[in-house]
Design a protein around this ligand. Structure first.
Ligand code: GLC
Length: 569
């Protein structure tokens, strides 16, 4: 066993019982959070233009200078009380009567809490499961925990989020293998679970980095969500000590090293395998899927805000991030963006253009534009398409990528408004009777056979193939708050409230309008519950948006770069 950076390396199959990681966790946990809030200029306002590192270093190499103490003003059915596993906090401090579903949801969320050696550490994917599902769904999925974490942060209960961030960081330190192949150091698990060992009286952790996952895909999104959550925690509590700790700084750098590694790429977007994100099975989302690109962009922006420039490694990583962000925002805003005008331009593209003067840079053949796009595209509105790579534009609309693009300010303010316009214009298609379509439209027949490999779970208008996922409600609401389109969020939440609890908080709904509880949808799915709570809390107190949203960085303004210069600068 090797000891590196204070973290023990062990096989991912090995137990962590009674081992040195406890020391790290306890040491950091004993450190009382410094509760601060930014006044004039927070770390979030750090612009890429400020990343002349000497400038940042002269501000003290951290964010402390921008912070001052604050009083907690959380919306709090738990009254901000510390809650322990399995004990729903009671409502003591409410200034208004929340929707009855809110109490039911908090109760369900607390029932999903999982403890590790007496400390709440995360939420399992589904609270209730029939016996044959037990093996799969008592795991804490990193991506599933994000809405739960936000709900706890918004409710003034940051400890569980801190425990989660620290524990997953320790898991990152494990040696990860799939057969005889060793995974990159930075990889974060898709999920982990706590195994109770009544005989030895200790808990053990078992993590999955893709070696158990269906299709053996490593979750590229986990590391990005981890960084995004670390920033949300910092922003919400003002506790800088966690993100500034050498362990977290190293964790961020490892993730960055992995996704910024140089290869043969000609594009600044991140190349990845099918099924490496929320859509975690073959669905034609390989290459440069929008979900990963938007999360990648957001994680880069969060990382650059949190990295300490005083260490040489931090400074170097920050410079690489800044360069990548510039290239990515230009690329995404230009080539992934589709609106009526752009669609018309693609429709009229010439093909086989050689040299850097080409307009149709990726050689998209107009005949490959599917018929449905012409009807779907309103005169008012637009969106980031699903994927762009040589001779391939995936015209499908994906919810997560588009809303994260708004939150990360990857979309310009005009593009953000257009994405919301599209939701309004295509309400039936994208929201229907249950928010929110994961992707639109469904793929069918021969295309379904080819693209999914005949996946019986991803038949048309089901699951990842045009199914409706209540968890996405929190992202829709956050995007609405950011763009000032609260009416959309209210309408969507009302639809969810009419059915979600009655149907038992299913994982997803099926059908063109999302009318039917999904064929194999699990009930009491934790992130359906948490997504609803986050949406409600955000609407009631829009200031919560700050923890999950980044303002536009002026240094990334499109006017700075001219389209024709893209291949030469
Ligand atoms: C499904 C989803 C995935 C989620 C997991 C646990 O596989 O596709 O995104 O993380 O269930 O809920």
């Amino acid at each position: 066993m090797e000891v590196a950076g204070g973290m023990r390396k062990a096989s991912s199959h090995a137990s962590m019982a009674g081992e040195p990681d406890d020391f790290d966790l306890t040491r950091l946990l004993n450190h009382r959070p410094r509760i601060n809030v930014e006044r004039q200029r927070s770390f979030d306002d750090r612009s890429l233009a400020d990343l002349s590192i000497s400038g940042a270093a002269s501000r003290g190499g951290g964010w402390g200078g921008y912070m001052e103490s604050y009083e907690s003003m959380y919306y709090s059915p738990g009254g901000g009380q510390r809650s322990f596993c399995g004990t729903p906090a009671s409502s003591t401090r409410l200034s208004f009567e929340p929707h009855p579903l809110v109490f039911e949801a908090w109760d369900a969320l607390r029932r999903s809490l999982v403890c590790f050696r007496g400390q709440p550490l995360g939420t399992i994917a589904a609270v209730h499961h029939s016996s044959d599902e037990v093996l799969n769904y008592d795991q804490v999925f990193v991506r599933d925990f994000v809405p739960s974490a936000l709900a706890f942060l918004m409710n003034g209960e940051p400890e569980i989020v801190k425990n989660f961030l620290l524990k997953t960081l320790l898991l990152q330190g494990w040696e990860k293998r799939i057969d005889r192949f060793k995974l990159g150091e930075g990889a974060m698990p898709a999920s982990f679970k706590v195994l109770k060992d009544p005989k030895r009286g200790v808990d053990r952790l078992v993590a999955d980095f893709g070696e158990s996952a269906i299709g053996r895909v490593a979750p590229v999104d986990s590391g990005f969500w981890w960084i995004i959550l670390l920033r949300a925690y910092t922003k919400s509590t003002g506790d800088l000590s966690l993100a500034e700790s050498p362990e977290c700084q190293k964790g961020i750098r490892l993730i960055m090293n992995q996704c910024l590694a140089e290869g043969f790429d000609t594009l600044p977007t991140l190349l990845c395998a099918d099924g490496c994100c929320m859509i975690d099975r073959r669905m034609g989302v390989y290459g440069y899927p929008i979900e990963i690109q938007a999360l990648f962009f957001m994680a880069l922006r969060c990382a650059v805000l949190m990295l300490k420039p005083d260490a040489a490694e931090g400074k170097e990583t920050m410079e690489r991030i800044a360069t990548r962000l510039h290239a990515m925002s230009y690329h995404m805003r230009s080539y992934f963006w589709l609106d009526f005008q752009q669609l018309n331009d693609v429709y009229r593209y010439k093909t086989e253009e050689y040299s850097h003067t080409a307009v149709n840079k990726f050689n998209v053949i107009p005949e490959s534009i599917p018929d449905w796009v012409f009807d779907f595209m309103p005169s008012r509105g637009g969106y980031f398409v699903g994927n762009v790579s040589p001779a391939r534009m995936d015209f499908r609309w994906f919810a997560l990528g588009n809303f994260v693009a708004i939150l990360a300010s990857l979309a310009t303010p005009e593009q953000s408004a257009a994405i919301m316009d599209l939701v309004e214009e295509r309400w039936e298609d994208l929201i229907g009777e249950m928010p929110l379509k994961i992707s639109f439209p469904a793929i069918e027949a021969h295309e379904w056979q080819i693209v999914t490999g005949c996946d019986p779970k991803n038949t048309r208008w089901s699951y990842h193939n045009g199914g409706s996922w209540p968890v996405l409600l929190w992202l829709l609401t956050a995007a609405c708050v950011k763009t000032g389109r609260l009416k959309i969020a209210r309408r969507a939440i009302e639809l969810a409230e009419a059915r979600l609890a009655r149907d038992g908080w299913p994982e997803y709904y099926d059908g063109k309008l999302g009318r039917y509880v999904g064929k194999q949808a699990r009930k009491l799915q934790t992130w359906s519950v948490a997504g609803y709570l986050v949406a409600k809390m955000m609407l009631e107190d829009p200031s919560h948006l700050g923890m999950i949203s980044l303002e536009e960085d002026k240094a990334l303004k499109p006017s700075v770069l001219k389209r024709s210069a893209s291949w030469t600068v």
